[in-house]
Design a protein around this ligand. Structure first.
Ligand code: KG4
Ligand code: ZN
Length: 348
């Protein structure tokens, strides 16, 4: 059925501020993975939706072409096109979905819409992860902080979420307060390694809430108050210590909640995905937690943690293998609750 016996799927991701495309073979091997970050948002310290969709329009064709060249395949070799359908910024999603539908129609190839959050959750499968179910997972990024129980591929339950800011958003806002630029996660991660995480006792919200929800706005405000006490300009020592103390507080709560989910649901493995899953302290904490629980833990390598087309191609490939495809009526959906992720249980 597949070209030369291998199934080649192009994955396209445009849900936020990265234009990304990748080719994945047989739902497991990444043949190429191209991510064109949009620099236009840096000066605004956050993603500007109108600028994002315009940049996707400029970048999508060259990004897809580069992904095919890197993979050494031509359009005709593809067995299908996977595209992020939801959730995300509506204007940004529309660029990817419209492009994928037009390409599919021109090539006569199937197009499959993919849920971005499912793709973050399953990304470790591209690096040989062997999930044991139930799996306790977290998707942590600039727009998401969700805790999941996964009973199997396609069987997801969200058991906790943030009441206010996403964890990556908190990293980005704290970095902005410190004048460290955007996105904030990578630089806070770096500076934390020189800082004293015990210097500031920032609040760990919701630890006694009796549920698996998170909250990051109080932590952000506590950092703001602390910085106001010192006045500007901030000394390097202060910046390093605030970074380390903030990062530790943000991660502590996430890991405690993930542990609670794992214990309550008898998880047999753990997984984290999304941009914040690049964080080195979080990865170290996850490994420590997995050791204590006696279960394996997974996280993608950095290029598969942040938004990328390979994870989209992976989930699209799994859908194609199940004989599923979408028609010309495929439409983007901005909201996670309306994205059909949890209804996926029905098809597993
Ligand atoms: O998944 P992603 O690329 O895009 C979204 O869907 O949001 O995640 C981007 C987020 C940003 O908030 C960024 O600051 C954060 O991930 N991030 C990190 C690290 N690398 C990226 N946060 C903490 N530590 C990092 N090393
Ligand atoms: Zn994402």
């Amino acid at each position: 059925m597949w070209h030369n016996g291998a199934m080649l799927v192009l994955g396209i991701e445009t849900s936020c501020d990265d234009t990304a495309a990748a080719v994945v073979e047989d739902a497991k091997t990444v043949r190429s993975n191209v991510i064109a970050a949009q620099d236009v948002h840096r000066e605004f310290g956050g993603v500007v939706p109108e600028l994002a969709s315009r940049a996707h329009l400029d970048l999508i064709s060259p990004t897809v072409e580069r992904a095919l060249i890197d993979a050494g395949v031509s359009f005709g070799d593809l067995d299908g096109i996977a595209v992020t359908r939801a959730p995300g910024l509506m204007g940004s999603l529309l660029v990817g979905v419209s492009y994928a539908k037009a390409l599919g129609a021109a090539l006569g190839k199937p197009v499959v819409g993919v849920n971005h959050i499912e793709a973050h959750l399953l990304a470790p499968l591209l690096e040989g992860a062997e999930f044991a179910f139930p799996l306790a997972g977290a998707v942590v990024s600039g727009g998401h902080s969700e805790l999941f129980v996964v009973e199997g591929i396609g069987r997801y339950a969200i058991v906790g979420t943030t009441r206010d800011d996403a964890i990556g958003e908190a990293f980005d806002k704290v970095a902005k307060m410190l004048g460290l630029g955007f996105p904030g996660g990578p630089v806070i991660d770096r500076r934390s390694s020189n800082g004293d995480a015990a210097r500031f006792d920032f609040p760990r919200a919701m630890l006694d809430s009796g549920n698996f929800d998170l909250s990051y706005s109080g932590l952000k405000t506590a950092v703001k108050r602390t910085l106001e006490r010192y006045g500007e300009p901030h000394e390097d020592r202060l910046i390093d210590d605030v970074c380390a103390s903030f990062q530790q507080a943000a991660i502590d709560v996430l890991l405690k909640k993930l542990e609670a989910v794992a214990r309550a649901h008898g998880a047999r493995s753990l997984s984290i995905g999304g941009g914040v899953a690049c964080n080195r302290a979080l990865r170290a904490g996850l490994a420590e937690l997995a050791g204590r629980l006696g279960v394996p833990a997974f996280h993608p390598s950095p290029k598969l943690c942040a938004d990328n087309g390979a994870m989209i191609a992976l989930v699209g490939s799994l859908r194609l293998l199940r004989g599923e495809a979408d028609g010309p009526d495929l439409e983007p959906v901005a909201n996670l609750d309306e994205s059909g992720l949890l209804d996926a249980a029905a098809r597993a």
